[in-house]
Design a binder for this molecule. Structure first.
Ligand code: TRP
Length: 472
């Protein structure tokens, strides 16, 4: 095991790491994004491909990231540099850390705006505006809300301040304290809401929509979205899990904790789907409504159910909590780097990075109103209707994260020696079945999957040929 220690401190133990990493993984991705992209991509087939990606690409790459972080014990940039040096590999590997820092800031810039919507909806639901609201009413309330750049800006600003306040306090005092309280609360609220959804008449339709795959409904771009979302939802491909791994005590099992985190994250997404789609169907709503899905549909349900004000408020509180514990991990790599390389205090580093991200967030704020007709890449058919927000989301989730993941997989399986990876995974026998599987997945399957999906989307290579060959 490496003997480095992190200058930023460490988690107090395995449970703290699991809570923090699960807090990072479980977020808007599970509760806001998973349902709306599942709705846009037709349901079951998309979910199945997403689940396969989690198991075959997500878990092995999560193990890889935790391992790199724990061995390097620094921000992703310096970790990649140190580990490349240790392996006598190209110093350019540190740019993998850099692209992760950039991806994290780009993601947080729009993530914070959406989290701001959730914040606003806590107060709206609590104040009773949705009582007996109609479908049109909920849509027009949402439409008027996002049409107002000042409101979006105000909530985005508040959410960024909340994020920076935690990050500024550091690993033990800030991040760990926040997740210890927030994660358990989140699970309790989810269970209560699931109970509500199960008592709706349309629960079985929601189940069928999520779990009956219809492959005619999914395109190559849908497959890319499913894969991109596997990275996004597990916080992989940009160094967030790597930086959390750098605070992990040496004696904790990387494989076990990674599997626990991935399973919990997947459960939360599926439970969110099981809560949201029955409500969508019970109210004759549209599953493919896009980013506004939960904000346009859930208020109707909450407006009509007994105790809806209470449950609705609880739901949006949950969403804010989930987003909060994720957003801190999106900016932690950048903050850790500023502290390490520029000698700034955490507080200063957090403020600087917060201001950068907040400013970038203006692009997303404006995408929903003043610039909603600005579609810079409308000449390309997949981007025909894409606003700046859509493009930022696509660039980060569907391109930067999979490429980051691909390079991480290559690094652990082809650059680091199996001596080192075996030691980090606490494996004595190189023929150990679990170890062999991990090696196979990181060396061949994950890189091949990313490359093939990219080639297919760009139209260079037709994956259907392979599918047809396998399926007969
Ligand atoms: N995983 C979080 C979610 O599902 C978002 C997130 C946090 C993330 N950190 C990340 C996404 C790092 C990609 C990379 O909401």
């Amino acid at each position: 095991m490496s003997t480095r220690t992190s200058i930023h401190g460490a988690w107090s133990g395995r449970l703290a790491f699991i809570l923090a990493a699960t807090g990072s993984a479980v977020g808007l991705g599970n509760i806001w994004k998973f349902p709306y992209i599942t709705g846009e991509n037709g349901g079951g087939a998309f979910v199945l491909i997403y689940l396969i990606c989690i198991a075959c690409i997500g878990i092995p790459i999560m193990m890889a990231e935790v391992m790199l972080g724990r061995r390097g014990r620094q921000s992703p940039i310096n970790t990649m540099q140190a580990l490349a040096e240790e392996a006598s590999a190209s110093p350019y590997w540190k740019y993998l850390g850099w692209s992760g820092v950039v991806a994290g800031l780009l993601i947080l810039s729009y993530y914070s705006v959406i989290a701001g919507w959730a914040l606003a909806y806590v107060f709206r639901t609590a104040s009773g505006v949705f009582t007996n609201v109609t479908g049109d009413g909920a849509s027009s309330l949402f439409g008027r809300f996002i049409a107002d750049p000042e409101k979006l800006l105000a909530w985005h600003t508040l959410f960024m301040v909340m994020t920076m306040a935690v990050v500024a306090r550091g690993v033990k005092g800030g991040l760990e304290k926040a997740v210890r309280f927030l994660m358990p609360t989140l699970f309790v609220i989810l269970i209560i809401l699931l109970g509500y959804a199960m008592n709706l008449g349309e629960f079985s339709r929601g189940v069928a929509f999520l779990f009956n795959p219809d492959f005619s409904k999914i395109s190559a771009d849908g497959v890319l979205s499913a894969m991109g979302h596997a990275f996004f939802t597990l916080s992989l491909g940009m160094g967030a899990i790597m930086v959390y791994g750098s605070y992990l005590p040496a004696n904790v099992s990387i494989a076990k904790t990674s599997i626990i985190i991935a399973v919990m994250d997947t459960l939360v997404a599926l439970v969110a789907g099981l809560i949201i789609f029955p409500i969508v169907f019970a109210n004759g709503l549209e599953p493919g409504a896009g980013p506004g899905l939960i904000f346009q549909t859930l208020p109707i349900a909450f407006g009509h159910m007994p105790g809806g004000e209470f449950f609705g408020t609880l739901f949006f509180v949950l969403l804010v909590f989930a987003a909060w514990t994720s957003s801190i991990s999106l900016i932690e790599p950048a903050v850790a780097w500023l502290v390490e390389n520029r000698g700034h205090t955490r507080v200063y580093a957090a403020v600087v990075m917060g201001i950068v991200t907040w400013s970038l967030g203006l692009l997303t704020v404006l995408s929903f109103n003043l610039w909603s007709d600005f579609k810079p890449l409308s000449g390309i058919s997949v981007f025909e209707n894409s606003t700046l927000f859509d493009l930022l989301d696509y660039l980060t989730a569907n391109i930067m994260l999979p490429i980051g993941g691909l390079l991480i997989a290559i690094f652990v399986s082809r650059i680091m020696t199996s001596d080192i990876t075996m030691r980090e995974l606490n494996i004595q026998d190189s023929q150990h079945a679990g170890y062999r599987t991990w090696q196979f997945l990181t060396k061949y399957i994950a890189p091949a999957a990313v490359v093939i999906v990219f080639l297919k989307v760009t139209g260079i290579f037709d994956i259907t040929v392979i599918f047809n060959a396998i399926l007969g």
